[in-house]
Design a protein around this ligand. Structure first.
Ligand SMILES: O=c1ccn([C@@H]2O[C@H](COP(=O)(O)O)[C@@H](O)[C@H]2O)c(=O)[nH]1
Length: 281
């Protein structure tokens, strides 16, 4: 199936130009739900998630629901996730579904159809994917994303400390594994304008110079700001010349200001303003 949507790289660039470079995670952590004065039930999950959508979907460029926190509630949680995706997109935010999917060919095709096909009730604008079964195993998702004007974000150098041992280990040509993922994504994105639809995940917690992102020509999703310790002021040093392609992401830093709609919105605006200052050329 083909679509008339522009490619995801263009759509993301437009959204960032209009609303600023910020992705807010919708992560209904049990601890946050409790801090908002709610109990642990599907009704509370819905209240939490839809409050976040109401506060933020008309304000920030990108929202990133974390699938795991919805899956926790079974079918009821998936129903809420479906509503989050539909209503956030209707309010003008791009939605990256953080589900980190990855599998062999036919199963990967099913994941790709579940989250990236026009006909799916759970279709987001982009999906996080894991290349642990090989970058080539992601071909079904990359193909459907291209056809439908959607994107994928391939895990390269994740923000968690446990990722380092594997992602910094060397491949057969002595390249760090994380760099080999970035290079494969760069090949897919070559020639796209303003950038391609295959992004990578590279944590804001990285040290400067860990990855060469200069040829990626695609978006860089950078989680880790706030609760995980990365600071907005460090982004320039960490990402260097790739900074214009960086989409900084944070969840708890903003959601911790809830449950008030105005408080959530103010927290997102504050973070976006800080980022605008830090990213300004
Ligand atoms: O490398 C990665 C990839 C994904 N994540 C996800 O982002 C959010 C981070 O939440 P915070 O509250 O801002 O720490 C969460 O859903 C992670 O699963 C990541 O942190 N690092």
């Amino acid at each position: 199936m083909t679509t008339t949507r522009p490619n995801f790289g263009q759509r993301l660039a437009d959204a960032v130009a209009a609303r600023g470079a910020l992705c807010v995670g919708i992560d209904p952590h049990p601890a946050l739900i409790q801090a908002w004065g709610l109990d642990e039930s599907p009704g509370s999950l819905e209240r939490f998630a839809m409050t976040a959508v109401e506060a933020l979907a008309g304000e920030v460029a990108v929202l990133k629901p974390q699938s795991a926190f919805f899956e926790l509630y079974g079918a009821a949680g998936i129903a809420v996730l479906e509503r989050v995706i539909v209503e956030a997109r209707a309010a003008g935010a791009l939605v990256i579904l953080d589900a980190k999917r990855g599998d062999i060919g036919s199963t990967m095709t099913a994941y790709a159809n579940a989250y990236l096909a026009d006909t799916s009730p759970l279709a987001a604008d982009a999906l996080t994917v894991s290349p642990y079964l090989g970058y080539g195993s992601l071909a079904p998702a990359i193909g459907i994303a291209e056809q439908t004007g959607r994107g994928v974000f391939v895990l390269a150098r994740t923000s968690n400390p446990e990722g380092q041992e594997l992602q910094k280990s060397r491949d057969a040509v002595s390249r760090p594994v994380a760099q080999s993922i970035v290079d494969a994504a760069s090949d897919t994105n070559a020639g796209a304008e303003p950038m391609g639809y295959v992004g990578v995940v590279a944590g804001a917690t990285m040290k400067p110079g860990e990855l060469d992102l200069s040829k990626l020509n695609g978006p860089i999703l950078a989680p880790g700001i706030g609760a995980q310790g990365a600071m907005v002021q460090s982004l320039r040093g960490v990402f260097g010349p790739a900074l214009p392609n960086v989409l900084p992401a944070t969840a708890r830093e903003v959601l911790g200001s809830g449950p008030g709609i105005d408080d959530l919105r103010s927290a997102a605006r504050r973070t976006r303003d800080d980022l605008a200052t830090a990213l300004a050329v």
